[in-house]
Ligand binder design. Structure first.
Ligand SMILES: [Zn+2]
Length: 684
């Protein structure tokens, strides 16, 4: 392994909070990897940040009635805090609106421009005549030419992952005005990916070790043949193109956003040392390994387009791996921000306090490493109760409690070892290498499973040696047993740290172990991590059982949020065709007063009213029993159609129809005069 790593985790648009799909897709695996590297003693820069340009930001700003700057400020703060609270150990969490990023991107663009690495081209681009704006990227939606998804964006189809340009969309329409765009000519700068393809082929082809989902996607794009891609856009929100006469043009967000990893590294050094001196070590030194953690929707940008810009610039190292994950679904449906079908990190942290590691555990145990996976609250509960509590927590608790009970709370010295003791210690020694092998190959699920096997080894050891029986006859033997159990627990704390950092810290606290040193991984596997006679801390539970009610509440919340969201996006029914005044005036609308009301037997919908219409008492049936009780209707004035032909409903005659307004959620409201009027008052 290399000694120095630049590890990046996806730059997320600062247009909404973080959900479990983001975490499972890239942030949790990236954090495990980085924590492992640090424990192993490597030098690491772990950088990420928010992407604050691009069309999604401006669309969100319009939706929330804020300026783009206010939107990115709001979400940057929230996202950064959630990650910190969740224990994602970034060295820096930066943002692309910082001056250092603008300068770095512009410089980068200028270098390629000066080397004649761009092709300048005036071409016809889609333009929205209503909004008076060119329609780049997500401002335009149409049908994907590859998979026929009717909601493909101008830069990418999110269903099949294909990178698109607006002109490739079928039946394009503007997301600003909904109108059909027209073509208008404009000048932009293109990266000639077609010309660069041989180099990209060679680069990707030399990385057969990449995950099959990543390597396969790249190969299929390369097989189709790369096309030139515009690196500038006609937009007003973004980084200005650093060339004369380019007002109203900004750098393409997928050109500058990955450069954000470079600016974030500079930002980190500036915050730490007051200057960005030394940043090249992390980006230009051949001894540095560059690893990008992303979700599968960003594979093309990180494996082809960003490396191509790095090649065009000429002085940078290329990513050595891009371990992208597939998607995580939620309770049988795709996670969706717009439909509010998600578990939001900031809400999880608030509603299930102190349970960061439970979520880290569940997202890793079920990570979408090779194919899409699914999060369910039931599975969350089961994994907590039957794995973390019953296996991990149970072993540690027994080891600590029994040491207090039989050994005065101090690590006892080992005596003579049985064959079983020796087998157990030999097995213990093998664990760190097995976990390391899995993590170094980005198989975090496997690493976590091996880690749990270590806890199982501890449980098995105690179950078979039975110190609670042996203590009756042989206290010396119990000393040996407890020493071995404690050494297993100490090892568990070291190899757990990358996966379950909060738990590892609590466990070390209980064991009185200080193992936070860089390079501590080298000592894992040893059976002398806890010296004889060292004091053990108080026992406390590492995990607590999660009750059904907690889970039910979360599931209910999910469904409520979805319903609220559906209601919020519901539009009023379309207007009916125009009628002439003569037709309208044929209707006799009146106010009547309800004298009597009762349920219609054998019907759960119908109420029967006796209404004073000014002439007589008439019977009107109305299907509103689910909304009103007979009692609450008596004495009310209502609006009704007085000259509707009588109708028989459930064997009873109805003479007229009471009018109601239907609200967004389907509830009904009476139409009443704003002050009481005489019964039979006509409405015109
Ligand atoms: Zn598609």
């Amino acid at each position: 392994m290399s000694k120095r790593y630049t590890v990046t985790a996806a730059l997320i648009y600062a247009n909404g909070p973080i959900h479990i799909g983001h975490l499972a897709g890239c942030y949790v695996p990236a954090d495990i990897y980085v924590r492992y590297l640090r424990a192993k003693g490597a030098e690491v820069a772990f950088v990420s940040g928010t992407d604050e340009h691009g069309v999604p930001i401006t669309i969100r700003a319009k939706k929330e009635g804020l300026t783009p700057q206010a939107v990115v400020d709001k979400y940057y703060t929230q996202i950064k805090q959630s990650f910190a609270d969740f224990g994602i150990s970034f060295d820096v969490y930066s943002r692309t609106s910082l001056p250092v990023h603008h300068e770095t991107s512009q410089e980068f663009f200028k270098t390629i421009y000066d080397k004649e690495g761009f092709v300048e081209e005036t071409s016809e681009q889609y333009y929205d005549e209503v909004a008076q704006q060119f329609l780049a990227d997500r401002y335009i939606i149409g049908t994907c030419p590859v998979c026929a998804n009717p909601n493909a964006y101008g830069d990418q189809c999110e269903r099949c992952g294909t990178a698109l340009s607006p002109l490739e969309l079928k039946e394009p329409h503007s997301t600003l005005s909904g109108s059909k765009p027209v073509l208008k000519s404009t000048k932009n700068w293109y990266l000639p990916l077609d010309r660069m393809q041989p180099e990209i082929d060679k680069y990707v082809g030399s990385h057969t070790e990449w995950k099959t989902n990543v390597f396969g996607q790249c190969q299929s794009w390369l097989k189709e043949g790369l096309r030139p891609r515009a690196m500038t856009r006609d937009l007003d929100w973004g980084i200005k193109v650093p060339l004369p006469d380019t007002d109203g043009k900004v750098l393409y967000v997928w050109f500058e956003a990955p450069i954000g990893y470079i600016s974030a590294t500079k930002d980190w050094l500036i915050q730490k040392n007051g200057s960005d001196a030394g940043w090249e070590t992390w980006w230009k030194d051949q001894e540095t390994e560059l690893v990008h953690f992303i979700g599968k929707d960003n594979i093309v940008f990180h494996c082809i387009i960003f490396p191509a810009t790095l090649v065009a610039e000429g002085s940078y190292i290329l990513p050595s791996n891009v371990p992208a994950n597939e998607f995580m679904n939620l309770e049988g449906d795709k996670i969706s921000t717009s439909r509010n079908w998600a578990v939001w990190l900031h809400e999880y942290l608030e509603e299930l306090p102190g349970k960061q590691d439970v979520l880290r555990y569940v997202l890793t145990a079920n990570a979408p490493e090779t194919k899409d996976s699914e999060f369910t609250w039931k599975d969350f509960q089961t994994r907590n109760n039957s794995e973390l509590v019953a296996i991990y927590g149970n072993f540690v608790n027994r080891a600590v409690v029994l040491t207090h009970k039989y050994c005065d709370g101090k690590v006892p010295a080992r005596g003579e070892l049985t064959e079983f003791d020796q087998e157990t210690l030999a097995s213990l020694a093998d664990f760190p290498a097995k976990i390391a092998e899995a993590v170094e190959n980005y198989r975090f699920r496997e690493g976590l499973a091996v880690l749990m096997d270590l806890a199982r080894l501890g449980n098995k050891y105690l179950a078979e040696t039975q110190p609670w029986q042996v203590i009756k006859t042989d206290a010396e033997r119990v000393n040996t047993i407890m020493n071995i159990a404690l050494q297993i627990a100490a090892n568990l704390s070291i190899v757990s740290e990358p996966f379950l950092p909060f738990t590892a810290e609590k466990l070390q606290q209980q064991l009185g172990l200080n193992a936070n040193d860089k390079g501590v991984w080298q000592s894992a596997g040893r059976a002398d991590l806890l010296p004889d006679g060292a004091a053990i801390g108080e026992a406390f539970l590492l995990f607590e059982k999660i009750e059904d009610s907690v889970i039910e509440k979360q599931i209910q919340k999910l469904h409520d949020a979805k319903k609220m969201n559906e209601l919020a996006t519901k539009s009023v029914p379309a207007l009916k065709p125009t009628v002439q005044f003569d037709d309208f005036s044929k209707l006799d609308l009146r106010i009547g007063t309800i004298l009597e009301a009762e349920k219609v037997p054998k019907s759960d919908k119908l109420l029967k009213f006796l209404v004073d219409d000014g002439f007589e008492k008439r019977t009107i049936l109305s299907g509103i029993a689910k909304h009103f009780t007979p009692e609450e209707m008596i004495g009310r004035q209502v609006t009704f159609i007085a000259n509707l032909a009588p109708r028989k409903i459930m064997g009873q005659e109805s003479n007229g129809m009471i009018l109601m307004a239907e609200d967004r959620d389907g509830s009904l409201s009476l139409l009443q005069p704003h002050k009481e009027v005489w019964a039979g008052a006509s409405i015109s």
